[in-house]
Design a protein around this ligand. Structure first.
Ligand code: MG
Length: 459
């Protein structure tokens, strides 16, 4: 195989999608000694490469039925293409070779799908011109599916039934819509995708390069990311192998080379009725993605640091506030001084017992007791707390003194009452009371109105 990025590998005569002549059996035909999973030599070629952003491999195989290979591929990063030629001897392979060479010469450097589509349209003109100038044959044509990958963007342009798949997060998605008769039947709901693969008219192409000067290419751009795998293939793979099997092989193949080897081998195992060409491109970490990742992590770290700083500031402020907060509360039914606030956070008390006292809560008025028990009495300093307790102590002593006085008076009254058990309850009992030894008994009895009058009269 030459070093050219595009290859037209078979030089023998054959008609694309036709039954073909089998006068020259391919090296990997049934019964051949070679292991069909590693096909080398005539009719099969492989190419691989790697850039800073991509790694890829391509493989084309004549298949097990056809006598020559009309497929061509392009693997020249950042552009990759597959073309499936048609038109017979010295025609199909010429058409596909012209197509991939023209696409290579006109492909955009960036992931510009409009320009990539224009490159395919230029290739169409080149194929038509090649037929007109005798480079190939009149009526020759080909498909063309191409991608240009630039970092996380991929431009796609295509004509015909060669496909582009994207394997993303383990799921295979077909990106292109076949320009084929059976695809129209599928779109119309007349047949299923599985029925299309084996339909007798599955090779009828509704749009191709080489006939209509006004032919246009479908084109679009999608996002791709590190870890994505892109698969381009001719219908020699997609008509032989179900998409689910393509997905399983693509997922399980470690490298692009393993993927193309296994996919081509699978098409051959299914019969290899057509030329089969597969290009697999892995989007690798090109440094830009790593830079984006680092940038994201740095932003994340900056946000985390800011949040940590704010939290640390709040923690310091809260600690200072708690350390400078005081309240008078209850400890073992005595009044005590606490530092902090009477609350808990995440199971941790926000206060510490600073000082106890001998003042019993029960000796205080009910309202004060309620304040002490329900959150405590907040004060501005330890001194104020001590002053508050002192005021409680004084209040209790005062209350006790007053109570003692009251008790004393009560006691005196009781004693007086006991010392004068016959306190006159009526005027008739008065003389008996005058005979007592109490202070009251020693006092002169008040003069009766009659006596007053007599004294006044005496004077
Ligand atoms: Mg084909």
């Amino acid at each position: 195989m030459s070093a050219l990025p595009w290859q037209k590998l078979s030089r023998s005569l054959h008609t694309l999608h036709g039954d073909g002549d089998a006068e020259q059996a391919p090296i990997n035909s049934p019964g051949h000694d070679d292991d069909p999973t590693v096909v080398e030599g005539a009719g099969a070629q492989t190419l691989s490469g790697k850039s800073a952003t991509l790694s890829w491999a391509a493989r084309t195989d004549v298949g097990l039925v056809r006598g020559h290979n009309e497929d061509s591929f392009l693997a020249l990063a950042p552009t990759f293409a597959v073309s499936d030629g048609m038109g017979g001897h010295a025609a199909g392979e010429v058409a596909s070779a012209i197509a991939v060479e023209t696409i290579s010469n006109n492909a955009p450097v960036h992931a510009d799908d409009l320009l990539l589509g224009a490159a395919i349209e230029t290739a169409n003109a080149a194929v038509i011109e090649g037929a007109a100038t005798g480079k190939g044959k009149v009526g020759m044509g080909c498909t063309a599916s191409a991608v240009t990958i630039e970092q996380n963007k991929m431009a796609v342009a295509h004509v015909g039934d060669s496909r582009v798949y994207l394997l993303h997060n383990g799921a295979l998605v077909r990106l292109t819509h076949d320009h084929s008769y059976v695809e129209e039947l599928v779109d119309a709901g007349e047949i299923t995708a599985d029925e299309a693969r084996v339909h007798p008219s599955r090779s009828v192409i509704t749009r191709a390069l080489g006939s209509d000067p006004d032919m246009y290419a479908d084109h679009f751009t999608i996002d791709v990311s590190a870890g994505d795998r892109i698969i381009l293939c001719s219908d020699g793979l997609s008509s032989m192998v179900e998409d689910s099997q393509i997905e399983a092989i693509a997922v399980s193949s470690a490298t692009p080379q393993a993927a193309v080897d296994n996919l081509v081998a699978s098409a051959l195992q299914e019969g290899g009725h057509d030329n089969v060409t597969v290009v697999v491109i892995d989007v690798s970490d090109d440094g830009v993605i790593e830079q984006h990742r680092r940038s994201y992590l740095m932003r994340l770290a900056a946000v985390g640091a800011f949040i940590a700083l704010v939290c640390a500031g709040l923690f310091v402020a809260a600690t200072l506030f708690i350390r400078n907060s005081w309240y008078v509360g209850v400890n073992n039914e005595t009044v005590a001084i606490y530092r902090g606030v009477n609350a808990s956070l995440l199971g941790h008390d926000l206060y510490t017992l600073s000082e106890t006292s001998t003042v019993k809560v029960a000796d205080l008025p009910d309202a004060t007791q309620a304040n002490l028990r329900n959150g405590g009495v907040v004060v501005s300093s330890e001194d104020e707390a001590q002053a508050t307790i002192q005021s409680y102590r004084e209040q209790i002593e005062s209350d006790k003194a007053r109570a003692q006085q009251t008790a004393d008076k009560t006691s005196v009254g009781t004693e007086t009452s006991q010392a004068n058990p016959a306190v006159p309850k009526s005027n008739d009992e008065a003389p008996a009371a005058l005979g007592g030894d109490s202070d009251t008994a020693n006092e002169e009895p008040e003069a009766s109105p009659d006596e007053y009058d007599e004294e006044e009269g005496g004077e």
